[in-house]
Design a protein around this ligand. Sequence first.
Ligand code: ADP
Ligand code: MG
Length: 367
Amino acid sequence: MRRCLDSFGRPKRLFTFVNPFGGKKCAKKIYDAEIKPLFEAAGVSITVQETEYRGHAREVATSLDLAKYDGIVCVSGDGVLVEVVNGILQRTDWEEAIKMPIGLIPAGTGNGMAKSLLHAASEKCSVSNAVFAIIRGHKQSLDVCTILQGEKKFFSVLLMTWGLVADIDIESEKYRWIGSARLDFYAVVRIMNLRKYCGNIHFVPAPGYEAYGEPIKQVKNFMVESLEQNGKSHPSSYPGPSVEFQASDWRFVDGPFVAVWINNVPWAAEDIMAAPEAKFADGYMDAVILRDCPKADLLALLMKMSDGSYVKSPYVTYLKVRSFKLSPGPLVGNPKKGGIIDVDGEVIARGEGTYGRSQHQDVMAYG
Ligand code: ADP
Ligand code: MG
């Protein structure tokens, strides 16, 4: 595939999604007032597609004629980016298609990826800085985490979470009208009525992080189970990268848990530095595990999320993992309520086991 990049690697033809529904619903206005004029001045030709419904960006990315463009841009929050990555990795030509750079211009509630990319380049997270990074053709490669859940396979670029953080992220949707403060507001509500979930986590630690948890005793049974799930769920005809779980060096931790939060990039939102040590393309995810914590300390942690210093709390365990398996049990005190598993802002399961593995897919992201 020939790309029309100028001698500095600058894109000349961009396919742009605008999500009129994201954030404060002003992505279209931002596009017309701030983005279009800059691209025009830089001589970049733009094909615009407004997203009309949930899943639309994914559908378009699955069939888009990529030879016509040098990159895909999302004027949105993280949700549309996730759809584009999943659409691309669903294609039969995914290995070639995933080389297409994807740019993000922050216009949603959750702009974790735009913030992560711009912060890494020592830039403020703003619409104009994101546009300039794209015009300059500044790129960063990015890992994708393959997530297996029952019959389903997802690709995650941001985070996967269960417990407190998932409940805040998903259940606060009903307060969308408040704007980004909905997360802070609902976090306080959830901390005051704190839930703990039974269950356990298995993981393959990155080198240097082997001290946490217990080595698993029944390696064989565990592997048979994970391989069966893998084989059953994913016929070889399913496009996208395959995933393998090796038998060696799995460890586990038993619950109950307040929260499990597994991150691919440092920022989960513009003002939430979830994983200060996370690297875009190191092949590992940064896991934050909270098993127990008094409410007053949890509220204090909430105040220290904007600079990532919350991870230094003695209640927080922070480690890098290559693969993980979440086996959520019920809410303590309510055996009927299983916890939400939230992948990049979408509920993929309630109370059901989920596997994940970080892989170098080299998604190129502008930033
Ligand atoms: P936010 O950060 O505010 O959540 P996103 O851009 O991430 O904003 O979008 C949130 C969700 O909106 C995405 O999952 C996407 O599928 C969905 N979406 C896109 N276009 C529309 C639309 N026209 N109507 C309703 N939902 C939409
Ligand atoms: Mg990483």
